[in-house]
Design a protein around this ligand. Sequence first.
Ligand SMILES: C[S@@+](CC[C@H](N)C(=O)[O-])C[C@H]1O[C@@H](n2cnc3c(N)ncnc32)[C@H](O)[C@@H]1O
Length: 391
Amino acid sequence: MTPAEKTRRSYERRPYPGDDLRALATKGGSLPSPKWMQAIGRPGCPEPRRILVAGCGTGPEAFQIQRHFPKAEIVAVDFSPRSIALAKRLQKAIGTPRPIEFRVADLTDPDLAAKTGGDFDLATCHGVLSYITEPARVLANLAGILAPRGTLYLGVNGEGHPSTRLRPWLASFGLKVGEMRDERRLRELLAVWDSLHDDGMTELSKLSASYLANDVCGPFINSLPLAQWRAAAGRCGLDLAGVWLLPMTLRLAMEGDKCRPLFPAGIGDLAERLDQVRPAGFHRLLFRRQGQGPSDIPGAGTRKGSLLWTGLYSARFKAARAKGKVTVVLKCPVFDLRLEASLSVGQADALRALVASGASPTGWMARWGRTEAARRLLWLWTGLGVVAGSV
Ligand SMILES: C[S@@+](CC[C@H](N)C(=O)[O-])C[C@H]1O[C@@H](n2cnc3c(N)ncnc32)[C@H](O)[C@@H]1O
């Protein structure tokens, strides 16, 4: 049996995230905010008309996406017929504003575009690619089904994912990890594991045996550093446009202007550098087709074209203690961040104009200032998701 067939059978036996229809109806899925996907993946673009949910399991991810984009036409595919049958039953049971088209399809199929209709403004593929032996085939397919200004959201395991160490660790205690029986010894060992990992990762001892069997100790798992996922996507014609963890890690590095030596790396290089120091357990990434928009950071000096206010932050201006200065307070509910920056009066006026119109008018950069400090602040704000380059 090929690893792909093993994976399919495993999900046929244990559909994700489960087969209890009542429990599923209340489950939210673990996607990052769709508002972030739109603001960073498609800055300045209208809401997506067509969305693909690639590897949808029993459906919660597709329902979550639909709650945010109720007018969009959504196609959701999975290669497990049992998962698709459950998703259809769930859709009937909960009633959706617009029917989601659930279909059985293999993401590695070269005819995926024809089978799904292609032309998607947003494709989401969350927790799928790490379980596929040939992720490049899927990445090439997903790149091919995007509309010109479309974005791909990819949720994949990082180097810090427990899968890299848990399976051999449990096996070293004589546990038959392939069978993953929900026995007392397993729970005791997982409790030890959790007590040594207070890094915000999900507590493994609280997860179901089926999740542990498929997603943490499954027959095949790719848990890779950001650099490797980015390189694989690059070979399939995709540019990295956003990294969910970047604002959080950048926030840690920006205290006391410590991230100065990282300037002026573009989004991808910057996120890679931070992932090398603090390997993510799970990457939430946004990609665009190459040539569909700038991947470098406005303010870093190389970029021409307009700058957009993403709308992820609110901005409040207040007089600063220092004469001729204005403090801007930026708050982001999506990342739960609060930032302050000291601006000159001219910069504060330029920022007010950007917030009001959503895009920088001609000559905006000259008003903002071209000093290194001014460019660095814009660069930092791009990494934090305050502003973005237009697509
Ligand atoms: C961990 S689940 C994630 C489900 C869903 N994306 C979510 O986050 O709720 C992985 C899903 O990917 C599906 N899958 C794996 N390989 C696939 C492939 N080659 N084609 C289509 N679906 C696939 C599995 O059947 C399973 O339902």
